[in-house]
Design a protein around this ligand. Structure first.
Ligand SMILES: [Zn+2]
Length: 681
């Protein structure tokens, strides 16, 4: 929920070669890096294109996707496995209340397109009736609170999470939210691409959806204007992407009485009680100016405008689970206009993705039972330790850090806890009700279950066994509050390539550097370094070392700010700083860990590639893929991760071994003068 430095499209694989023969010969046609090369490109001109260009030219983006790469290929493989689990569950006639019954019935209800059509917008009738009955600010707040409990994103963004300054305490936290466009910039930016999206949103998407929800043409158009005015006022008081990364500025602890005073039109005691939390005494507010604006808006916008806003939030939040007309209209904007997708995924894939998102651990239990061998866990843990050792040596050798700070850094490093594969203890879904009558109702029940699972943590001790990702997620993350990394089982899947065919060089680049090294470095990026080994936001650096770190980090900000990507859009060096520090750290840590392997020492080539060349290609394999311009534009505005090709080319330009390995010379596009190359960890 908060401060999860989620790495999108992380690539992770585990090779038997790490533990066995380090130089397994690889057949050219099955060589995971050789087969992707575009040898017409010089590595020093554009390494990403050299490494992945061959694959990209042979693998265009399918119409239903906004991007296509190794993460998608693995995702397809996972879907196929989950499909079998779901189809078996659907036929199983399992006892009511069992996991198999819930999975099978959810899948059935999602595939029942006739039933979904018949029900139409009536699937949301109780909630629409509640909104229609609103008469004043009080009843408006009551209904808003109720909608929040079924996963509708209203203007209240509340969740329970660890207190940044006391990681053993769970606190209610409220952050900015409530917009319909991807983030605040979309309401103000004046470039042609954004203006077109904004116009489409106001003139078509909003009124069309409101009309499909049962309003007259005239009413829908009027309501669309009201909704947009409210959203724009909320956007105006929302912080920018880069301003959300300062943990101190986004930490404002106060009593509920103080919060009430800040927002005089809202009685939060009543709102929290309606949300199922009657005993809240203090809260952490991420962006106080946002909630001040919400409170002000409750008296400046008429209640009828707010009713339109809530109607909009409800239908847009449930559109993918309603009848085809609403689903298609929603896809046209969120899929095609925003991300460039030409068509929707087939229904079964959409249902699986939904199920995975809201009851994923239920599915994960069956997934790992069938597809994840117990012994893999131990292997991946060993790779984590290889990176930890490498990091230790790096910290000890740093010439810019004092012995005092080094000691604390080593303590934090030694206590990073790895969660590997799948949880030891699964979440208990016995209260979740799923049957075959309504897909939207099933989604609502599952969202409500997720909501209760979160708020029930309030006032309880932190459960360190709980996972924040499902085992079938192709991704990984670092949690500053727990000082831990999570590496889900799905990371072990590499379609089309057997573990034993993968050599160490590729595995160290692909898994150790781009995933494990990256996640561990998050504990020491510009944000993560502000948390101590216990996960508390508490300074442990000497003032002088902090200054030295920030100076080096600023060089990386400048480097990324200089990359122009699309039209006038460039990378936001400040917003992406944490990810870029983690990428650069992951590469140098993985590199030095690899130098300890037999394959590196023997130095034999495979398919004409040296071990070092294969290491860099292995890293680039983690970012194999391409995306549509629409998706790229959205990523540049809303994502703290730089585009994949830059996550290869930019950090490589900072690493001396890259220059040596590929003979990169001054004048090559990838060249950066030695005194401008960034070295942090
Ligand atoms: Zn990351």
């Amino acid at each position: 929920m908060k401060h999860l430095n989620i790495k999108l499209l992380t690539a992770g694989i585990l090779s038997l070669a790490i533990y066995g023969s380090a130089t397994a010969q690889t057949h050219p046609a099955n060589d995971p890096v050789f087969q992707n090369l575009d040898k017409s490109v010089s590595p020093g001109a554009d390494f990403f294109k050299y490494a992945n260009g061959g694959w990209i030219s042979k693998n265009p983006i399918p119409p239903a996707y906004s991007s296509w790469g190794i993460g998608n290929v693995v995702g397809e493989d996972i879907r196929t496995r989950l499909q079998k689990i779901n189809e078996d569950a659907m036929k199983a006639n399992a006892p009511k209340g069992s996991s198999t019954q819930k999975i099978g019935d959810f899948y059935y209800s999602g595939l029942d397109s006739a039933g979904i059509e018949k029900l139409g917008i009536n699937a949301l009738k109780p909630q629409l009736d509640q909104i229609a009955a609103i008469t004043d600010v009080n009843s408006l707040l009551n209904v808003t609170a109720t909608l929040s409990t079924i996963g509708t994103r209203t203007f209240i963004g509340a969740g329970v999470g660890q207190d940044d300054k006391n990681s053993s305490k769970m606190m209610l936290q409220l952050n900015q939210t409530g917009l319909g466009l991807p983030n605040r910039d979309y309401y103000f930016k004046t470039d042609a691409r954004t203006v077109k999206i904004r116009n489409e949103y106001q003139a078509n998407y909003l009124p069309n959806m409101l009309k499909l929800s049962g309003l007259s043409d005239e009413q829908a158009k009027a309501d669309a204007k009201s909704v947009y005015a409210i959203e724009k006022s909320l956007a105006d008081s929302s912080r920018k992407l880069e301003d959300l990364r300062d943990p101190y500025r986004n930490y404002n602890k106060m009593t509920v009485a103080q919060f009430n005073k800040l927002t005089p039109n809202i009685d939060w005691n009543k709102v929290f009680a309606k949300m199922g939390m009657p005993y809240v005494d203090s809260v952490i507010i991420g962006q106080p100016e946002y909630y001040k604006a919400v409170s002000k808006g409750l008296s400046t916008f008429p209640v009828n405008d707010w009713k339109a806003y809530l109607r909009w939030k409800l239908i847009s939040s449930y559109a993918p689970y309603l009848n085809n007309a609403i689903g298609a209209e929603s896809f046209h904007f969120t899929g095609t206009i925003l991300r460039g997708q030409k068509q929707q995924l087939p229904r079964w894939k959409r249902v699986l993705d939904t199920e995975n998102g809201i009851m994923g651990e239920l599915l994960g239990q069956l997934f790992v039972k069938e597809y994840f061998p117990e012994k893999a866990k131990a292997r991946y843990v060993a790779l984590v330790e290889a990176i930890r050792d490498s990091y230790k040596e790096h910290i000890e050798k740093l010439d810019w850090m004092s012995p005092e700070t080094k000691q604390k850094a080593l303590l934090k490093l030694s206590t990073i806890h790895p969660k590997v594969g799948y949880p030891d203890k699964w979440k208990d879904f016995s209260n979740l009700q799923i049957d075959r009558t309504s897909y939207a109702a099933n989604v609502m029940n599952a969202r409500h279950w997720q909501y209760l699972n979160n708020i029930n943590k309030l006032g309880k001790p932190v459960d360190h066994t709980e996972w924040n990702m499902t085992p079938q997620t192709y991704n990984a993350n670092y949690s500053p509050s727990n000082n831990e990394i999570t590496l889900p089982a799905a990371q072990f899947i590499v379609p089309g390539i057997k573990d034993e065919d993968m050599d160490d060089a590729v595995v160290y680049g692909y898994a150790a550097a781009s995933t494990i090294g990256h996640e561990i470095t998050h504990g020491f990026d510009d944000e993560g370094r502000q948390y101590d080994e216990k996960g508390n936001l508490k300074g442990w650096w000497t003032a002088e070392d902090s200054v030295k770190f920030t100076k080096r980090a600023q060089m990386l900000v400048n480097q990324f700010n200089s990359y122009k990507i699309l039209d006038s859009l460039h990378v936001n060096g400040q917003a992406s700083l944490g990810e870029n520090i983690a990428d650069l750290g992951g590469i140098v840590l993985g590199l030095d860990a690899f130098k300890k392997t037999q394959q590196y020492k023997e130095g034999k080539t495979i398919n004409g590639l040296t071990p070092m060349q294969r290491f860099f290609l292995g890293y680039a394999l983690g970012w194999l893929g391409h995306e549509r311009d629409e998706a790229l534009a959205q990523q540049l505005s809303t994502d703290v991760h730089a585009p994949g090709f830059l996550r290869v080319n930019a950090p490589f330009s900072d690493v001396p071994e890259f220059y040596q390995t590929f003979g990169v010379k001054k004048g090559d596009a990838m060249w950066i003068d030695p005194d401008k190359r960034v070295k942090i960890w």
